[in-house]
Design a binder for this molecule. Structure first.
Ligand SMILES: [Zn+2]
Ligand SMILES: [Zn+2]
Length: 167
């Protein structure tokens, strides 16, 4: 994930970078290649990179716990300012390139943005019925004879409690 920007003239350039997830240290959660489509806007004072990242992740359904493989995407923009000295930037999306640096290494950024693309909630299917709370059977594949009222009301225990107090 290295861009040798000295090879590019000023102006806008589009290119694609890709690397194996294992080369980026992302093999725990991801599979295959990380693909990054970049648009680079290079001028005298700075380089602006506009990137779309795409990678396949191995996730687990929050309801039925089966393994799912899903494509995740992430978009990010980073500005690199040319500077005489090596400066550390506090800003998230602004970095500095010193005169002796001829390339941009995107490895750490790719790692970060791939991790950020992981959703907080993952479902194998929006309609996933989940597991039976009593026998643990996968209700998408099988039916069981357990008697339970399917309830998604998270406030139910509180309502019951409230009922007790009111009586
Ligand atoms: Zn599921
Ligand atoms: Zn059951």
């Amino acid at each position: 994930m290295i861009i040798k920007y000295t090879n590019f003239s000023d102006g806008i350039h589009s290119f694609q970078l890709s690397d194996l997830v294992s080369n980026l240290g992302l093999e725990e959660l991801f599979v295959g290649d990380v693909i990054v489509d970049c648009k680079m806007d290079k001028s005298i004072h700075q380089i602006v990179l506009d990137c779309d990242l795409s990678v396949n992740a191995k996730l687990v359904c929050d309801r039925c716990a089966i393994d799912i493989e899903t494509n995740l995407t992430s978009h990010f923009q980073i500005s690199y300012l040319f500077s005489r000295d090596t400066v550390k930037s506090d800003e998230y999306n602004v970095k500095y390139l010193s005169a002796d640096q001829e390339k941009i290494d995107l490895k750490d950024d790719i790692y970060e943005y791939a991790e950020l693309s992981i959703p907080l909630k993952s479902l194998c299917n929006e309609e996933c019925k989940g597991l039976c709370p009593q026998c643990g059977i996968n209700l998408n594949e099988n039916k069981c004879n357990c008697k339970f009222e399917p309830s998604h009301d998270v406030w139910e225990p509180l309502k019951k409690l409230k009922g007790k107090f009111n009586n």
